[in-house]
Design a protein around this ligand. Structure first.
Ligand code: BGC
Length: 518
């Protein structure tokens, strides 16, 4: 076979080929699927702090808010129905991702993205036109279904399309789009909040149709991945696509490996039952732990409720703009750091550094708030003091944005063998959504009860997850996706769960001997 593969540190290969313009653009289009998720995260916090919105749908919260200056600052937004507005979407996304797994496997990644965009579009229309709480919540459920499908298909699509050496960078395009979506939503909220006639929230909610339109149309033009084409029985198309995306005819090695993976996948009838087998224990653990930990960083406390939080801290009418700056700009720019370093530094270094930074910042923020508000929740923060709080919140968001944010989607999308990839990704999405839901639902109540201790609570979790990564997550940078099993095989802990026969199909692929033969 021409060319040949180079064996890298994990014992896996590097294939010939380069980053083609074609693959770059397909990845950019697919990554826009992140926009709908991001737009949604960013929009809810702002809308739920708009007075006309509260007065129309949640009059009780509105009244309580009016009186809050005299009352406890920590508790003024504590309302179950209001939290349901934010969190219903994530519950819907959780359920949808199970169906999305089947669609991505049987119909391909592309149609899963298309379906997600379309459902989201309908949800946006319903929300913009909402006359009552029921319309609001049904709209949000449809948005959730859209997010479930997009988050199921986009990360996997990106990881399959990308050449191994640039997989981190291209996959993080998804997270970058999430952060751009959040920023856009927050800026839009800031603008619509100023509309005197009080219909600003409608514009905010209806504009979700824009990112939905982009991914729906975009998906129509996207090709499917070679891995998915082959798995669905189109070997010639798969070969042609692989040549096109790698920009070389020398695709023999990679094609053989995808083909071996696809043969292996065909023997698996029940991916859901299969994923429980001992040899997949490492991947299953990560599919559950990574999204769980990502949400337990507490990031969505800032993302959903930043305007509320800043209002609580006494920023008054500046709260929305402040939060747009915090959660928006810092989040986008810090994500770029990981785009450019993830394939060189690797996943582990980013996880460990980002984790350490978040721990320090959370402890500082918690302490600063404790000093001013104590446990009574009564107090006022002077401007200079508030600025220090903001700086540490920024540093916390930055730490998240180059570690758990992007890697929370990248790592689970690159560690599963083809036969259980959609099932694994679906577990990842649903665990992520479940805990996004839990945090969205519980935050305002937790703030009311744990007070400043909430920040210590999340800091404690970040300590646990950082130790977890240090011990249990092997480095996956530059390893071809269909060879990932070798990484687990050589890990001090997970290696015990794998026998020689479990890596047989990878090692038997042509010229995958352990010496470089480039
Ligand atoms: C997370 C979201 C979070 C966002 C912030 C994503 O990776 O899944 O829950 O709101 O990052 O940028």
């Amino acid at each position: 076979m021409a060319g040949g593969a180079i064996v890298n540190t994990a014992g896996a290969k590097d294939y010939p080929g380069k980053l083609t313009l074609f693959v770059f653009f397909t990845c950019v289009v697919a990554a826009t699927g992140g926009l709908i998720f991001g737009y949604d995260i960013g929009i809810s916090g702002g809308v739920t702090s708009m007075d006309p919105f509260l007065e129309k749908f949640f009059p009780e919260v509105f009244r309580k808010k009016q009186m809050a200056d005299k009352n406890n600052q920590y508790c003024k937004y504590d309302n179950q129905l209001l939290q349901t507005f934010t969190s219903s979407l994530y519950l819907a996304a959780l359920v949808a991702s199970f169906f999305a797994a089947t669609v991505t496997r049987v119909a391909g990644r592309k149609w899963s993205m298309f379906g997600g965009g379309l459902t989201f579009l309908v949800g946006a229309a319903l929300n913009g036109a909402a006359k009552n709480v029921a319309m609001l919540i049904i709209g949000r459920i449809l948005l959730g279904v859209g997010v479930g499908f997009a988050n199921q298909s986009v990360p996997v699509y990106l990881s399959e399309m990308a050449p191994a050496k640039l997989r981190g960078m291209l996959n993080i395009g998804f997270q970058l789009m999430i952060t751009i979506g959040i920023l856009a939503a927050e800026l839009i909220n800031y603008g619509t909040n100023k509309i005197k006639a009080g219909y600003g929230w409608r514009i905010s909610l209806a504009l979700a149709a824009v990112p939905a339109g982009i991914i729906t149309l975009g998906a129509l033009f996207l090709p499917d991945t070679p891995n998915s084409l082959l798995e669905r029985g189109h070997p010639e198309e798969a070969r042609r696509m692989l040549r096109r995306i790698r920009g070389t005819d020398d695709i023999g090695e990679e094609y053989a490996d995808i083909s071996a993976a696809s043969e292996e996948a065909k023997t698996v009838r029940h991916p859901w039952r299969n994923i429980l087998q001992r040899r997949y224990r490492a991947q299953l653990t990560m599919a559950i732990a990574i999204p769980f930990f990502q949400q337990l960083t507490g990031i969505n406390v800032i993302m959903f409720y930043a305007p509320v939080l800043f209002d609580t801290l006494g920023f008054k009418s500046d709260a929305s703009l402040m939060s747009a700056v915090i959660t928006g700009l810092v989040n986008v720019f810090a994500t770029l750091v990981s785009v450019f370093t993830v394939d060189r530094l690797g996943r582990r270094k980013l996880f460990l550094q980002g984790g350490a930074q978040m721990i320090v910042c959370q402890v500082v923020v918690g302490t600063l708030i404790a000093v001013k508000f104590g446990t009574s929740g009564i107090g006022d923060i002077p401007k200079g003091y508030a600025a220090v709080v903001v700086v540490f919140i920024c540093a916390y968001v930055a730490g998240f944005a180059w570690s758990w944010g992007p890697l929370g989607w990248l790592v689970p999308s690159e560690i599963f063998p083809l036969e259980i990839r959609p099932a694994g990704q679906s577990i990842n999405v649903s665990v992520n959504m479940l805990f996004t839901f839990v945090i969205a639902q519980a935050f305002l109540t937790m703030l009311c009860h744990l007070k400043f201790g909430l920040f210590y609570f999340f800091a404690g979790w970040v300590v646990i997850m950082t130790v977890f990564i240090a011990l249990f997550l092997p480095e996956t940078k530059n390893v071809p996706i269909e060879e990932m099993v070798l990484v687990w095989k050589s890990h001090w802990f997970w290696g015990k769960f794998l026998g020689d026969e479990d890596t047989r199909h990878v090692q038997m692929a042509p010229s995958s001997n352990k010496t470089a033969d480039a």
